[in-house]
Design a protein around this ligand. Structure first.
Ligand code: SF4
Length: 377
């Protein structure tokens, strides 16, 4: 297996001809719309420094949907807020780069790209201002980002509500958020986001607060919008079922680090990292009839120290002594594509770890997972 750097310590301004990008994660000659490299976002308090995002790197290309998946506390939402320049005190971006169309946003360029990247949060009622009509809020975004006013803005607001599937849009445009159902509110939030005319839509758990039927409708809507508008979407969720349905490629994040990345179909066919396997096993419907749905024992640790070891080790069924003293770097694991990497010593030729070693924490390994891992070594 070839070792792939995750870009730690790389100079993000280096000439790409002399220094080929070490973390390009898609086989293509085009430049990514968004290139996140070695992103580090920390929260400093008097007591401790939390490394919430700790060296995250990934790309998003025009018109594709990329997933960022992990449990609560894994750093995925902080990654989203970092991309938008929305990290509040005591948090700050401590290193790395976020290049949008080549501009490093961390050089203070968020304002220049205001509107190019929009975000849809989990709670639609918290995203809409209760004292303004839905139409008002869409028109305000149209005025700021597209310079539309008056009747042109009013017509466009109705068009956007129709585009997101709100029935009777000419009437609904004058309603207040509390007059809409939760699903309709989230559609209205998406309409406001589209009014900014973004190239990239960041969706942070956009369906989590909705019931299953509405969830499916919102996922369909996002897929339609992507096709029709050519939007790129970063989809952030804890739900592997949503990842399977909504994304082209996926990054699995754990304790602030991307531990596996792959085209989505390949990740589901051949998950390589024990954490990814555990997430997949916890999807309802993957267990046999009558079997208890497996859960991942333990919790995501809060990373208060720089990573010097595998942060998943206390929960990993394959953990070995090396896992406690070596920080795993991403290595290529895919047979089907070069885009598939995992940061796990099971796949690193420099270490002789047997799948199923069951050192330290974690439950007994599942046979299928151990076989898969062994087959890749
Ligand atoms: S085998 Fe070791 S390196 Fe791989 S996930 Fe488990 S603890 Fe981490």
């Amino acid at each position: 297996m070839s070792r792939i750097s995750d870009g730690r310590g790389a100079d993000p301004t280096a000439d790409s001809a002399r220094d080929p990008d070490p973390v390009r994660d898609r086989e293509t000659d085009g430049d990514p719309l968004l290139a996140v490299r070695d992103l580090r976002t920390v929260f400093r308090t008097e007591r401790e420094t939390i490394h919430a995002v700790d060296g995250v790197s990934f790309d998003i290309y025009e018109g594709e949907t990329v997933g960022l998946v992990g449990e609560s506390g894994s750093g995925k939402s902080v990654t989203a807020r970092s991309i938008l320049g929305l990290v509040d005190e005591p948090g700050s971006i401590d290193g790395g780069s976020i290049r949008f169309r080549g501009d490093d946003l961390t050089d203070g360029l968020w304002r220049e790209h205001r509107g190019d990247i929009s975000i849809v949060f989990q709670d639609p009622s918290g995203s809409l201002n209760p004292v303004y009509t839905v139409g008002n809020q869409i028109r305000e975004a149209l005025k700021i980002h597209q310079g539309l006013r008056g009747s042109a803005a009013r017509e466009r607001a109705v068009e956007l509500l129709e585009a997101v599937g709100i029935p009777d849009a000419p009437r609904r445009v004058s309603e207040y958020p509390h007059q809409l159902s939760g699903g309709m509110q989230q559609r209205a939030v998406i309409a406001v986001a589209l009014a900014c005319d973004p190239d990239l839509l960041v969706c942070d758990e956009p369906t989590t607060a909705l019931d299953v039927t509405i969830q499916a409708q919102i996922l369909d809507l996002l897929a339609d919008l992507q096709r029709e508008e050519g939007l790129a979407i970063l989809f952030i969720t804890h739900d592997m079922g949503v990842i399977e349905e909504a994304t082209d490629r996926v990054n699995v994040i754990y304790a602030g680090e991307v531990v596996e990345r792959a085209p989505t179909a390949e990740l589901f066919d051949a998950p390589a990292h024990p954490y990814t396997r555990a997430l997949l096993e916890s999807i309802p419907g993957r267990s046999g009839p009558g079997e208890r749905l497996p859960t991942i024992e333990g919790e995501v640790p809060t990373p208060t120290e720089p990573a010097t070891h595998c942060r998943f080790a206390p929960r990993c069924p394959h953990a070995a002594p090396d896992c406690e003293r070596v920080h795993p770097e991403p290595v290529a694991v895919g047979s089907a594509s070069a885009d598939h990497t995992a940061a796990c010593l099971l796949h690193d030729d420099e270490f002789d770890i047997e799948a199923g070693a069951a050192y330290g924490g974690g439950d007994a390994p599942d046979a299928a997972g151990a076989d898969d891992a062994g087959g890749r070594e």
